[in-house]
Design a protein around this ligand. Structure first.
Ligand code: OAD
Length: 250
């Protein structure tokens, strides 16, 4: 049965003119980044869904900013893994395709820059649906700036004095409409949506593979576990992204 899934997945990758990939926390697990819903995703016993909300930011900004400071310090030691690199190589070759991620860890971007070497990395740069922790954004005027270490005082925008917060989508906040539109167009035009390392329960990201399906394309899933999308997938490859993706795409 496993062999049949691989044969189907390889055939779909070979025949697809346009491919979109949707990745989630699982692709970074082998880089040492904790996922959200597996064991080990907690910080000081807070659940991310309760901590990283606009209400928590308004009520207790320091705790929320400290959580992101912890995530940034953890990410400083993490490197892209074989899964990120295989996707980067694949998308560097495919002009019409695109990589969409729910992750805010910046590891796809680093893999794209590393794999592109002196060449242009653009084709493998991800659409980051949920933002990036490596940047701050002013909660008032929206001005973006590189993240800086948290000091004794809350970080303030040099322009308007608003709170500088990580440039990420908090739980309960809407996604950037233009960013989501770009991802939707890719998903609707794709012959194949590769869904990697996501539990596929957070919307609107989880609807993107369904957009590919509704437009007549197929889904191939890469995940050690079943997910909400498994039944909709033409092939489901059970394994870790760092092993499965190089074997599937290279
Ligand atoms: P989850 O933590 O919900 O799911 C991680 C998925 O990765 C699970 O299905 C695991 O089985 C799978 N997984 C674990 N290790 C893997 C590996 N080595 N290779 C492949 N898959 C592996 O994370 P997401 O689905 O990314 O949103 O969560 C989606 C969103 O929920 C996040 O972007 C975040 C969170 O709320 C925001 O912060 C707005």
């Amino acid at each position: 049965m496993e062999e049949g899934q691989w044969r189907a997945a390889r055939g779909l990758v070979r025949e697809a003119g346009r491919v979109v990939a949707l990745t989630g926390a699982g692709i970074s697990a082998e880089s040492g980044v904790p996922t959200f819903r597996d064991a080990g995703g907690l910080w000081r016993s807070y659940r991310p869904e309760e901590l990283a909300t606009p209400e928590a930011l308004a009520r207790d900004p320091r705790t929320v900013l400290e959580w992101y400071e912890w995530r940034r310090s953890m990410l400083a030691d993490c490197r892209p893994n074989a899964g990120h690199r295989a996707l980067a190589r694949f998308f560097l070759k495919c002009g019409e395709s695109g990589l969409v991620t729910q992750n805010v860890d910046g590891l796809h971007t680093r893999a794209a820059l590393e794999e592109a070497g002196a060449g242009a990395a653009d084709a493998a740069l991800p659409i980051e649906l949920h933002g990036a922790v490596g940047r701050d954004r002013c909660d008032g005027c929206g001005a973006r700036s590189p993240a800086e270490p948290l000091g004794d005082d809350l970080p303030r925008c040099g322009g308007c004095g608003g709170l500088r917060r990580p440039d990420v989508v908090l739980f309960g906040e809407p996604l950037d409409a233009a960013v989501l539109d770009r991802a939707r167009v890719l998903a609707e035009r794709a012959d194949l949506c590769l869904v990697v390392g996501t539990s596929a329960v957070v919307y609107p990201a989880a609807a993107l593979p369904l957009a590919t399906l509704q437009a007549g394309g197929h889904i191939v899933e890469v995940n050690p576990q079943r997910t909400a999308l498994t039944d909709a997938a033409a092939a489901a490859l059970r394994g870790e992204a760092g092993t499965v993706l190089p074997a599937l795409l290279d």
